[in-house]
Unconditional design. Structure first.
Length: 436
């Protein structure tokens, strides 16, 4: 038989692998990122994930876990926990807000016993926050690796790890990247479901039970919406397209009405309770500046344990030694360098916005050491705020985005250098070196 003749043997049937480059690629990416986030969380909190332990330290056992036990027991008995008789002669439990009675994640966990639900809620914050940041940074960079960097930095920076005992702070914060993602999609693609989703996420953030962090989320999202709209929709002369203003203003109104409208169910009773508290007339300036970030803490960008660590008893020193948790802002050495690289080299609207967000937030976190806090303290609502270090929540969020932007810059420069090298050593280039 000639070698040219075909064989009568039937070939092996080919295996059809899923086309992950098609419509399933985004699902695969999210699944892999979620798996990575869970793997890291299960390592950091291995006693919670693998041994069934419950976080029971600091405010976790003084406030959050007892509140969850009371809330879950009532909701499972089809009773709404408006009032508790276990504090003083009675206390408006729902109006106090910090338990997050209507927070959707808590309602989904009612099928579990209290200890299991509390632990799942703890781990889910890191996975959800990381996924939301991944979606946003991938959207603005079109770079999945940069998005992974931002995702990991946002979920597991020092601030998020230290704030694990303050669940409502983290629950309110993690929705910010998803809100920014949805608003970006609305501005760029005129996607109405994205706009509605952004408003819903604002409402969910307020339902988490920490008003001031949610307020910062709303302010940041609104400023981002304004800035990104002004940068994108211009005519050839750089003037705003006034034909777009109608949709722009309408979108902002819908975003605000949905978000605040959903939050009102919690905000109204919370406001009424605040009017009979010590904060009703505003706090004294000295009281409001408690837990201000000292300028000396800047060294903690590189050496996070310079002022000690709770794991070593009696080692914490410096200002506010009794409040270590609120003063942690460590991003990691590599993310910090990536952030600096983005600030120093990149020239785009995202770097400008998040660079200003980082600087202003960090300046406000300095509290009594910065004139910015004095100006803010004289404004309505903010006069009731204590603990300037809460602004670190916005600073680390901006830092996570900037780290991803810095990594994206490195990848693009490396790719550009490789292209230049290939062109330099191409056949026509080499031929040009040869003598005639």
């Amino acid at each position: 038989m000639s070698s040219r003749q075909t064989s009568n043997k039937q070939p092996w049937p080919s295996i059809k692998w899923p086309d992950w480059t098609g419509p399933y690629s985004n699902i695969l990416e999210l699944a892999l990122v979620a798996l990575l986030l869970f793997a890291i969380a299960s390592f950091i909190y291995q006693l919670i994930v693998w041994r069934g332990w419950v976080l029971y330290n600091g405010d976790a056992w003084r406030l959050y876990y007892p509140a969850k036990a009371f809330m879950f027991s009532h909701l499972k008995d089809s009773q709404f926990p408006i009032w508790t008789p276990h504090l003083f002669f009675g206390f408006p439990f729902f109006a106090e807000a910090q338990a997050g009675v209507l927070y959707p994640i808590h309602l989904l966990l009612l099928i579990f016993k209290t200890t299991t639900a509390y632990s799942i809620a703890t781990i889910s914050r890191y996975i959800l926050g990381g996924l939301f940041m991944f979606l946003f940074v991938r959207r603005i960079t079109n770079n999945s690796w940069a998005a992974v960097i931002s995702s990991l930095v946002f979920a597991y920076n020092g601030y998020m790890i230290a704030q694990v005992i303050h669940e409502n702070v983290e629950n309110a914060l993690i929705w910010l990247p998803l809100i920014l993602f949805a608003l970006h999609k609305w501005v760029m693609d005129a996607n109405r479901p994205a706009l509605i989703s952004a408003g819903i996420c604002v409402g969910v953030s307020f339902l988490a039970g920490y008003f001031f962090v949610s307020l910062l989320v709303l302010i940041t999202a609104t400023l981002y919406y304004i800035c990104i709209s002004l940068f994108v929709h211009k005519d050839t002369f750089g003037i705003i397209d006034f034909g777009y203003l109608k949709r722009w203003v309408g979108g902002m109104a819908i975003f605000g009405l949905i978000g605040v409208g959903l939050a009102c169910v919690q905000l109204i009773p919370n406001y009424e309770l605040a009017q009979v508290s010590v904060r009703s007339g505003g706090l004294d300036y000295d009281v409001s500046t408690q837990v201000s970030l000292s300028p000396f803490h800047l060294i903690c960008f590189i050496f996070p344990k310079f002022f000690g660590h709770p794991s070593t008893q009696g080692s914490i020193w410096g200002l506010w030694p009794s409040n270590y948790t609120d003063l942690v802002f460590y991003l990691g050495t590599l993310p910090f360098l990536l952030m600096l690289g983005a600030l120093l080299v990149r020239r785009d609207r995202y770097t400008l916005f998040f660079g200003l967000m980082f600087l202003v937030s960090f300046g406000l976190a300095l509290g009594q050491f910065s004139p910015l806090w004095y100006l803010l303290h004289n404004l309505p609502v903010f006069s009731m705020m204590r603990n300037p270090a809460r602004f670190l929540s916005m600073a680390v969020t901006a830092g996570a985005v900037l780290a991803g932007l810095g990594f994206d810059m490195l990848i693009r420069r490396e790719t550009a250098n490789q292209v230049k090298q290939k062109q330099y050593f191409s056949v026509p280039s080499v031929a040009g070196w040869l003598p005639p």
